[in-house]
Design a protein around this ligand. Sequence first.
Ligand SMILES: N[C@@H](CCC(=O)N[C@@H](CS)C(=O)NCC(=O)O)C(=O)O
Length: 277
Amino acid sequence: MQRTHQCARRCQARIQRGCVRKRIRVVDDDRSQGLDRREEGVIRIYTYNPGWNVPCISPFVTKTVYYRRMAGIPHEIKRQDLSRLTLDAPYGKLPYIEDDGNKIADSTLIVEYLKRYRDLDADTTAAERAQMLAWNRLLDEHTYWCAVIQPRWREQANWEIYAPIIAGVEPVPLEVRQSLDQFRELILSEFLGQGMGRLPATVVYKRARADIDAISDFLGSKPFFMGDRLRSIDANVLSALNHISGTPFNFDTKDYVEGKKNLADYRARLNAHFEKP
Ligand SMILES: N[C@@H](CCC(=O)N[C@@H](CS)C(=O)NCC(=O)O)C(=O)O
């Protein structure tokens, strides 16, 4: 475990040195006005590079940015120094946030924390909260692996597209590419450990399609995922869909999402308000 962390840190340091930093756009200052957030400071969220139509190439980071945008909580986006990821991030992963000198990590914990400023779920019933919990678990612990990790990290053709996006530079310098390839091995070992990475791609995508069917069927013709009101789960659903559909990668589930009219309409509706790469 210690070796894995050291390896990740070395990879990230090399990625950083290899001129990635020069190409990083600095901040997306996403403050909102007139809200119940205290005035003395702004919450900082640490991110990887932005991509296509998403504020960050990580769906978990994107989820937390969307929650803030949806709740109108002032925040500032900071690009994480990758050479310091395992030092700065409480669990060695993104997202984490800083608020009043405290660090809060893990997208689920961050959304729960942010509810103290504005709770999009304040008047939900216990049954609705139970449903949202189950959907969050599906998106974070299942859909993420079969529709994000599988296409981007496991498939060579998509990896060739993804590596320059992570690096923020094209062509990717040799030293950076070597570091990224090592980092890919780390992610693929996590994929094997999780179990999904042991299944053939056809099975993985069959599961991803089942998730998409369930999401589409549950959404139906409702304006938001839970009904007439925007809820915290919309941040996660929109993030997941924007990390599958409209991406530069080519894979089974992407086309499948794009073929579902209610999902395309939902994305278009919510992206019109909350998309800001
Ligand atoms: N359960 C965490 C998962 C976060 C996560 O897996 N983040 C990925 C990016 S999508 C990461 O930083 N990976 C770096 C690594 O595995 O070393 C959350 O919800 O925030």
